[in-house]
Design a protein around this ligand. Sequence first.
Ligand SMILES: NC(=O)c1ccc[n+]([C@@H]2O[C@H](COP(=O)([O-])OP(=O)(O)OC[C@H]3O[C@@H](n4cnc5c(N)ncnc54)[C@H](OP(=O)(O)O)[C@@H]3O)[C@@H](O)[C@H]2O)c1
Length: 258
Amino acid sequence: MIRQPSSSIVSSQQMLLQRHIPERYSYSQAASISLAVTCGIFGLLAPKPIGIALNPTFDPTVKFTGQPALCIGGSTSVGQYVIQLLREFQFSPIIAYASAKHGPYLKELGATHIIDRQSVSFANLPSTVSNILSETTSSPLKLVFDAFSGYDAQKAGYTCLADGGDIVTTYMIELKPEELVDSKNLLQVIGTVHWPHTREFGKQMWRALGRWVEDGVIVPNKVEDLPNGLYGIADGLERLKNGAVSCVKLIAHPQDGL
Ligand SMILES: NC(=O)c1ccc[n+]([C@@H]2O[C@H](COP(=O)([O-])OP(=O)(O)OC[C@H]3O[C@@H](n4cnc5c(N)ncnc54)[C@H](OP(=O)(O)O)[C@@H]3O)[C@@H](O)[C@H]2O)c1
């Protein structure tokens, strides 16, 4: 993120690409967008093998009306953006696995059903998802986005997924080769525009993203500003490690400590 006297600009990590920040958003809100939304957009839309190629050209006519989707870790920063992308592409139902207390907010973002992660374990997630699907759709679940990651989340998501479907995970694949079947595609997304083979898609993404943020298709995460510039980051990381950050993006302002 950079500051200019007359305009607000947010940029990707190396300032390769820049977009204006709408006046209604703060720098902190804008700073919540780039990494997490890139992860979601790359995983869902980018051409294979970068993503699962739902819409590599950002064609506005491409929709998936009436097709169900599941987002594990719906209240993570990444998950909140994924839910908004699923809404934009008209998936339905959009099932989010998250703490129930975030249900109303995640429904504002586009989720149609919340499965409370405090009362439904990963082991019981597939049967709970199956119950929701049987009440809401005749289409099989062919899209799972795991925005939490780890073995249990991947195992649950993979079990929920129908044959012919795709599951995107945000961290290392932990399922063992013998647990994988050819009929289900498991992809680890790495959301970076800074590789030669991801740069062109990244440019397209930033053009589309600028419009989506301007038009309110994508709204930033809830944010919490950390105190004391760079010094505040250690405390923020400690809170993340202890699972004490819930549905909010921690933002550090390096210049505050100077
Ligand atoms: N590949 C990439 O390009 C890329 C980019 C960014 C992030 N990531 C990865 O994506 C993942 C999410 O990152 P983030 O920054 O978005 O996370 P985050 O916002 O820091 O995640 C915090 C959230 O985790 C949720 N959570 C904790 N335990 C959970 C569980 N058992 N099941 C479901 N949700 C649970 C909490 O949900 P509740 O509040 O609802 O309890 C909390 O809101 C991480 O693994 C990160 O490393 C990857």
